[in-house]
Design a protein around this ligand. Structure first.
Ligand SMILES: Cc1cc2nc3c(=O)[nH]c(=O)nc-3n(C[C@H](O)[C@H](O)[C@H](O)COP(=O)(O)O)c2cc1C
Length: 187
């Protein structure tokens, strides 16, 4: 990694992967990142299911009506679960672990993409969380937040274009409503 600033600028979602498999060290590095992620009160409510089996990846790829097909082509998927009884902020904890893995993958020169599971549905309107739980024998106290797919990149993505930084969403000192949308004005 040149610098962290470069890493976050060049990380883009990768949804096309080559057939090349990851080596065990790469997989371990990605999981180490997840296990080092900060969590509220250090409760670490997360669990991670590591999937490399092609048949299972194909089944996971149909977990939503849209936005999950890329999982079929990845070399590795990490299913991010959390125990909803162990933390009232499990969504945040599992989200931080998810993005830690994505940043570690980028640092290894690998591509990744987040597949949202919580609050999402399959093509026949089954809860995507339930669909994944049934596939992977996940017990009732664990919910599925995301599935992160990883692999060698098979697509070029441009780095984030800083012309698109939404500086208007940054407020100095106190919140300031955008021009023409001040409190009290008619919408
Ligand atoms: C919470 C969250 C959920 C996402 N869900 C999906 C998803 O289900 N399928 C998908 O292809 N991409 C998903 N993404 C990736 C976003 O589409 C992507 O990060 C966004 O468009 C910005 O593009 P970039 O990552 O290339 O910068 C998700 C990202 C986040 C943070």
């Amino acid at each position: 990694m040149e610098s962290f600033a470069t890493l976050i600028k060049t990380r883009r979602s990768t949804r096309k992967f080559t057939d090349r498999l990851l080596n065990p060290e790469q997989v371990e590095m990605i999981l180490r990142a997840a296990l080092m992620a900060p969590a509220s009160k250090r409760s670490n409510p997360w669990q991670f299911v590591v999937v490399e089996d092609k048949e299972m990846l194909a089944k996971l790829a149909t977990c939503k009506k849209a936005g999950s097909a890329f999982l079929e082509g990845c070399a590795l998927a990490v299913v991010v679960l959390a125990n909803v009884m162990e933390s009232d902020v499990w969504v945040e904890d599992a989200s931080v672990a998810s993005i830690y893995m994505q940043l570690q993958a980028e640092d290894l020169g690998l591509g990744s993409c987040w597949c949202q599971i919580r609050n999402r549905f399959t093509a026949d309107d089954t809860d995507a969380n339930q669909y994944v739980r049934d596939l992977l024998n996940i017990p009732y106290q664990l919910d599925v937040l995301s599935i992160i797919g990883f692999g060698y990149k098979d697509q070029e993505r441009k780095p984030f274009d800083e012309a698109h930084l939404q500086w208007e969403k940054v407020h100095l000192g106190a919140y300031s409503a955008p021009e023409g949308n001040k409190a009290g004005e008619e919408a």
